[in-house]
Design a binder for this molecule. Structure first.
Ligand SMILES: *[C@@H]1O[C@H](CO)[C@@H](O)[C@H](O)[C@H]1NC(C)=O
Ligand SMILES: *[C@@H]1O[C@H](CO)[C@@H](O)[C@H](O)[C@H]1NC(C)=O
Ligand SMILES: *[C@@H]1O[C@H](CO)[C@@H](O)[C@H](O)[C@H]1NC(C)=O
Ligand SMILES: *[C@@H]1O[C@H](CO)[C@@H](O)[C@H](O)[C@H]1NC(C)=O
Length: 404
């Protein structure tokens, strides 16, 4: 009887395993076909002729949907530089040589002022509170109403003790909301600031089209109040960030901090979206060229602390574009700095990677999280981080029938 039972059980186990494999295959195929963003590498990567419109992704927020199909053509490339020489990006219409000359090295560090908009909530002493400049400053673009998202970030990847070995500071970037709702939100925000000391706000209208202003506020703050920070990351409030992996595997506190370093999800060879109905429409008057310089998706990019002052400095002579990540890319181009491609294509994801503790222990960003999901996945990852890649569940399932 024992033998019969054992054989029966084993057959059952094989059947269950077989069914699970089939199910896995089906799920995998469905993801491949319908959700290309889950497969890791965007399907158009390395395929310069694929049209973005084919992957109808207009429903979500992330920067790569603002662009049309990349066009590889040396003529366009030549025009990119010729336009730049004509000073297309310059608010003052002067040549690129001249605009570069208006930002002398000396002005980049010391001569920074708060800019056109004044700080209405500031944390000028945050950087020096622990006696030494932080290793990493997290700048998180957020809106006043996103209280839950901020609280989730405080408890998860933005926890300033998330990487005990290094100094980490977290700052949320906000503008102002108009009207009565705005006044109400302002009071809540001020209370939040009193409690957590992690809010930066300037006196500009908090709108999608002012995201560039918001990012520049973050750059300005680092340049003004925290110029010795080793690294800065700018990200959004609906992101999952593996802070520990970012610090230990990419930035590596044990080595000398880099200079002129900028990395993230590199968008190379992309051009403006000329569809007037698109949220990412770029009018030719604003940007006549067919291609953008390489930029990094605004969902999460990381740069050396010295660049905050340089980018802010050069931005004073580069006409504002509302697409924050493209704009920073143009500033880098004017500074002659090329973003560094990440070590692998899975580190910075501007789409949502399906969760597994194994995958999430080896990535830096994943996009599109509700606050409750962030808490759930973060805690799962923390409690599994030492055996994140052991397929515990499957092993247990396969063992259960024979054990009985
Ligand atoms: C893409 O999606 C948008 C809204 O999500 C829809 O209006 C549009 O018709 C879709 N386009 C195509 C080609 O499927
Ligand atoms: C380059 O720009 C000039 C005008 O500045 C235009 O006449 C020419 O057709 C453009 N060339 C290409 C290859 O786009
Ligand atoms: C941040 O992390 C520390 C150490 O793990 C923990 O004690 C603290 O409660 C966390 N803070 C929040 C706001 O969750
Ligand atoms: C950006 O903020 C400024 C200052 O509040 C405001 O005048 C402007 O209209 C805003 N721009 C957009 C496009 O919302």
């Amino acid at each position: 009887i024992m033998q019969w039972r054992r054989r029966y059980c084993c057959t059952r186990a094989v059947q269950v395993f077989y069914l699970l494999s089939l199910l896995g295959l089906v799920v995998f195929l469905v993801h491949q076909v319908w959700l290309p963003r889950l497969s890791g590498t965007p399907p158009w990567r390395g395929n310069p002729v694929v049209s973005m419109d084919k992957w109808n992704l207009s429903g979500q927020h992330s920067s790569w949907r603002l662009v049309s199909a990349p066009q590889v053509s040396s003529g366009v490339q030549a025009n990119l530089s010729s336009h730049k020489k004509e000073g297309v990006f310059s608010a003052r219409g002067s040549s690129s040589e001249n605009t570069m000359a208006t930002v002398p090295e000396a002005e980049l560090g010391g001569g920074i002022s708060p800019g056109p908009f004044s700080y209405t909530i500031n944390e000028p002493d945050k950087c020096v509170q622990n006696g030494r400049a932080p290793f990493l400053v997290l700048l998180v673009a957020t809106e006043a109403r996103q209280v839950e998202a901020r609280n989730a970030i405080r408890q998860t990847w933005g926890n300033e003790s998330a990487v005990p070995a290094v100094g980490l500071i977290r700052l949320f970037l906000l503008g102002k909301t108009e009207g009565e709702l705005g006044a109400l939100q302002q009071r809540t925000l001020e209370a939040e600031s009193q409690r957590y000391h992690d809010i930066l706000q300037q006196d500009f209208l908090d709108s999608y089209r002012n995201l560039t202003v918001k990012t520049l506020m973050g750059m300005n703050w680092v340049a003004l109040h925290c110029p010795r920070a080793s690294y800065v990351m700018k990200t959004d409030s609906d992101m999952f960030v593996n802070t520990e992996y970012l610090v230990s595997k990419l930035l590596r506190p044990e080595i000398k901090p880099k200079k002129n370093y900028f990395t993230g999800n590199n968008m190379r060879g992309f051009g403006p979206n000329r569809n007037k109905n698109s949220k990412w429409y770029m009018p030719p008057e604003m940007y006549p060229d067919d291609k953008y310089p390489t930029f990094c998706s605004g969902t999460g990019y990381v740069f050396s602390g010295d660049l905050a002052a340089k980018i802010y400095g050069v931005s004073l002579s580069v006409r504002h574009l509302h697409l924050e990540d493209v704009y920073v890319g143009i500033c880098l181009f004017k500074l002659g700095i090329e973003p560094t491609p990440p070590a692998n294509a899975f580190l910075f994801n501007h789409w949502r990677v399906s969760y597994s503790s194994c995958k999430y222990s080896h990535l830096i960003t994943s996009h599109g999280f509700q606050p409750n999901e962030l808490l759930k996945y973060w805690h799962h990852l923390q409690s599994n981080k030492h055996n994140a890649c052991v397929a515990k569940a499957r092993a247990r399932r396969a063992r259960t029938p024979t054990a009985n």
